[in-house]
Design a binder for this molecule. Structure first.
Ligand code: ASP
Length: 320
């Protein structure tokens, strides 16, 4: 009898705990992750290139999803997924970053988590192996949101993050690209958005920017609200495209604002905003997750490298 009483008390207590969670309306949400490897993949890719894009996406997706599945946070999941893409020379971020007009690499990255809308970002860094880790460090260990250039590199050294010689980022393919410039940009920035078991939404974006950019140019990827946004009970976004316009139209935040104020779905809001960019001849794409773990992957280019996985067993890895 005593045993049943104890069991009853335990159950009653656990129900009470669940009911008192602040995010109780999304407690039952799916865990899900969506990632992108840029929206500028034209149709004339070699079989080998297509395979490396899909392999990179799959590895990043699986890593991020495994973290969510084991009860990890969406912040850890998006960071881990982006680190894999940064380490993969296929993409324009970290190791595969494109070159500036002066044949150097300058990388930008940002990360945001939706519970308190906490965010961190770095821009114009040239020696940081994984800019997304430094963005997270800025968020968690400094009182700032965005730190650039040498200041950011000093923060990395102080924080014990991995600093490398700029030759680590050497890529013949990307150097050739900037030398014969005026070929169309690949827009192969990377990003990830995820929702975890607690209903927390996080987003991360990392890039080498645009090939042949002026030294010191900063794009949308490290700008909170432009290239990255995360807000619990609403949505998370990571963008890829012509950064100057993503900044001017505050694309990531704009999508979430339309979901919030107009009651649009993530598909409707993303399509509206991307359509508006198309109307101005601007190329790009976004990945979005809503508070139920539904994802939208919307782009107006030939192809956006993208992948999605959720706890219902849905999974895609695709480009066109
Ligand atoms: N949005 C990036 C930038 O303008 C480029 C990209 O998406 O590949 O820096």
């Amino acid at each position: 009898m005593k045993k049943y009483l104890l069991l009853f008390l335990l159950l009653a207590q656990s129900n009470f705990l669940i009911a008192s969670q602040p995010n109780s309306d999304v407690m039952a949400s799916n865990i899900a992750i969506v990632i992108h490897g840029g929206a500028g993949w034209s149709r004339n890719q070699t079989e080998e290139k297509l395979k490396s894009i899909e392999d990179g996406l799959k590895r990043a997706l699986d890593e991020g999803f495994a973290i969510l599945e084991s009860g990890g946070t969406s912040l850890d999941a998006v960071e881990a997924a982006v680190v894999i893409l940064e380490d993969d020379v296929t993409f324009n971020a970290g190791k595969g970053s494109v070159y500036t007009a002066e044949e150097r690499q300058e990388m930008d990255a940002s990360i945001m988590t939706g519970e308190l809308q906490n965010a961190g970002a770095v821009a114009s860094v040239s020696t940081i192996k994984n800019p997304i880790k430094l963005a997270r460090y800025v968020m968690e260990k400094t009182e700032h949101v965005l730190i650039v250039g040498q200041g950011a590199e000093k923060v990395a050294i102080k924080g014990g993050l991995e600093v490398v010689d700029p030759s680590y980022f050497y890529s013949k393919e990307k150097l050739d690209r900037v030398r014969r410039q005026k070929t169309k940009d690949e827009l192969s920035t990377v990003g990830a958005v995820a929702i975890d078991k607690e209903g927390n939404i996080s987003a991360a974006t990392s890039t080498g920017g645009r090939s042949n950019k002026l030294p010191g140019r900063v794009g949308d990827s490290p700008i909170i609200g432009a290239g990255t946004w995360a807000q619990n009970n609403l949505c998370g976004v990571s963008g890829t495209g012509h950064g100057e316009y993503f900044m001017r139209f505050n694309v990531a935040r704009e999508i979430c604002a339309r979901m919030d104020y107009l009651g649009l779905s993530s598909d409707q809001a993303s399509k509206q905003v991307i359509d508006e960019l198309s109307g101005m001849g601007i190329e790009g794409g976004v990945i979005v997750i809503d508070k139920e773990g539904n994802a939208s992957m919307i782009f107006n280019t030939d192809g956006m490298a993208r992948a999605y996985k959720n706890s219902k067993g849905d999974e895609i890895v695709t480009i066109y």
